[in-house]
Design a protein around this ligand. Structure first.
Ligand SMILES: NC(=O)C1=CN([C@@H]2O[C@H](COP(=O)(O)OP(=O)(O)OC[C@H]3O[C@@H](n4cnc5c(N)ncnc54)[C@H](O)[C@@H]3O)[C@@H](O)[C@H]2O)[C@@H](O)CC1
Ligand SMILES: [K+]
Length: 487
């Protein structure tokens, strides 16, 4: 159940402690951790002069194990220690003794063909010293980081100045948020999760609420399926010269399996929409009142508003009409910005019908407009999204290379399959459409958000060459949606 879980450093300490309580000694965990790192190194690199940089805590302890094993396997290994051997404690002191070789001070990386970064892991608590900053800036050879690259916050992915840039990071039991959130993910290079014998059942006690790439079961059309049972999605069109975004969203909703999709268009944009739509239906809804009337038909069970909707009172009124309809609502782009001066009005309107799903899909700029005080550097992207979900009563899909979907109960899913090619005009409209299509098929909010961002990334990944445009994306969804795309 917790195969996709992410553990904060605190939760990882707890997992270690529960494993120890269950009879695995902490020294055994350290030996296995170091062995796992050494084996991953052996798998990727030929023997070469290796410098293991060891810090004062247990991350350094893992480093001594790596040094001993590589040396025993015939590698030329040096160990540099930050601090003094006399001050080492517990398991790290034991492993330093078992290394049995000389200790250098941490002054230079000259002569090394590979660096093992065992300076700081979960225990990083302050900025890197000038001495370490100088050292990390001088590294020109491959770096293998133990647990996390030194200088990266395992809980948030934040990078201290001159954090180590690893080619490979080996962590233990489960990834930490810092391995998947930016910029941490970039500093980790390839991340490998090693099994060090912590039993999975410790997670039943910890109940980690954060996950990576978790996609719930997707809706499937059965043999007796009828289009009216697959939901009816409505996408609100922008003005006459701003209709493309809504059509991209509408096409995506249809591709992802909504039974019917209607574009609700202002009168002046009818001709433009009509000229471009075939399988997707078109209905005139010139103002909020008309949109409310259209949505009074309860078979229309999911609405998307925001893509090129325009910023202002008209969009605010349409958002209120969508929220009052009782349908699931996706609020994107201009629908969010329209409430920048009065976010509480939006949250109050959401609170009026708490039983239906509302999902907001802000990028960082839109997020900052609605949740100014939640933009704190010390908080992880997951914490910010969860806090925003709690305040707004909506599921928050906070977009970026590390999109996060969070609900008000404190759960969050980080998506890591999105290639950089998704940073293209209209890509967000497709995401909003996928989400609307999944909600129309009855998925609950955070599940639909997780599935939409995963399918979005997977579609872009399938394109597999330069030149991806948002128009390509809906058709790449059509390659069949497996029951669980991660299997
Ligand atoms: N039983 C366990 O808890 C296990 C822990 N393991 C390893 O243990 C690590 C955690 O060990 P620790 O909790 O000892 O933490 P660390 O080894 O990450 O660092 C803690 C030490 O570094 C100092 N420190 C922190 N930031 C500093 C900075 N910027 N400049 C100078 N000194 C700084 C702290 O004062 C403390 O002495 C994990 O990352 C993992 O590598 C593994 O051996 C697996 C088992
Ligand atoms: K490290």
């Amino acid at each position: 159940m917790y195969s996709h879980a992410l553990l904060t450093p605190e939760q990882m300490y707890r997992a270690d402690a529960l494993a120890v309580a269950a009879g695995v000694s902490s020294l055994t965990l350290m030996e296995r951790a170091g062995r796992a790192v050494a084996e991953e190194i052996l798998r990727r690199f030929g023997a070469r002069p290796t410098l293991v940089l060891c810090g004062p805590g247990n991350n350094g302890g893992d480093g001594y194990v790596v040094a001993r094993l590589l040396r025993d396997w015939g590698w030329p290994v040096r160990v540099a220690l930050l601090g003094e051997t006399a001050r080492l404690k517990g398991d790290a002191a034991i492993m330093a003794k078992r290394w049995g070789g000389p200790f250098e001070s941490v002054t230079s990386v000259d002569g090394a063909g590979l660096i093992v970064d065992a300076l700081f892991g979960a225990g990083l608590s302050k900025p890197l010293s000038d001495q370490i900053v100088k050292l990390s800036s001088a590294v020109k050879v491959p770096v293998v980081a133990i647990d996390v690259p030194s200088g990266i916050d395992g809980a948030t992915g934040a990078a201290r100045p001159a954090a180590f840039r690893a080619d490979l990071t080996v962590t233990f039991f489960r990834k930490k948020p810092g391995h998947v959130l930016m910029p941490g993910r970039e500093y980790c290079g390839e991340t490998v999760v090693a099994d060090i014998g912590i039993p999975d059942r410790v997670l039943d006690e910890i109940k980690p609420p954060l996950m990576e790439n978790f996609v719930p079961e997707l809706p499937q059309a059965g043999p007796n399926q009828h289009k009216y049972r697959r939901g009816h999605a409505v996408v609100v069109s922008g003005a006459a010269h701003q209709t493309g975004a809504a059509r991209l969203a509408a096409r995506s909703a249809l591709r992802v399996g909504a039974g019917l999709v209607t574009v609700a268009s202002p009168k002046a944009a009818m001709a433009a929409n009509e000229a471009h739509l075939t399988a997707i239906m078109l209905a005139e809804a010139d103002d909020a009142l008309a949109l409310g009337r259209l949505l009074a038909d309860r078979r229309k069970n999911a609405v998307c508003i925001g893509p090129a909707a325009g910023v202002g009172a008209e969009t605010r009124a349409k958002v209120r009409a969508a929220l009052a309809s009782g349908a699931a609502v996706v609020l994107d782009a201009d629908a969010l910005t329209s409430f920048a001066l009065a976010p509480d009005e939006l949250f109050e309107a959401i609170a009026e019908t708490p039983e239906r799903a509302v999902v907001m899909t802000p990028h960082e700029g839109e997020f900052a407009r609605l949740f100014k005080d939640l933009v704190k550097e010390s908080d992880s992207k997951c914490e910010r999204a969860i806090a925003a979900a709690k305040r707004s009563g909506a599921v928050i899909l906070l977009k970026g290379p590390d999109s996060v979907a969070a609900n008000g109960e404190g759960g969050a899913i980080v998506n890591t399959n999105a290639p950089p090619s998704l940073a293209t005009a209209g890509s967000g409209d497709v995401l909003a459409g996928l989400l609307t299509g999944l909600l129309a098929q009855g998925m609950e909010g955070v599940g639909a958000a997780a599935a939409a961002m995963w399918l979005h990334g997977a579609a872009a990944g399938k394109f597999g060459r330069a030149g991806l445009t948002a128009e390509d994306l809906p058709d790449l969804i059509s390659c069949g949606i497996p029951q669980n795309p991660l299997l």
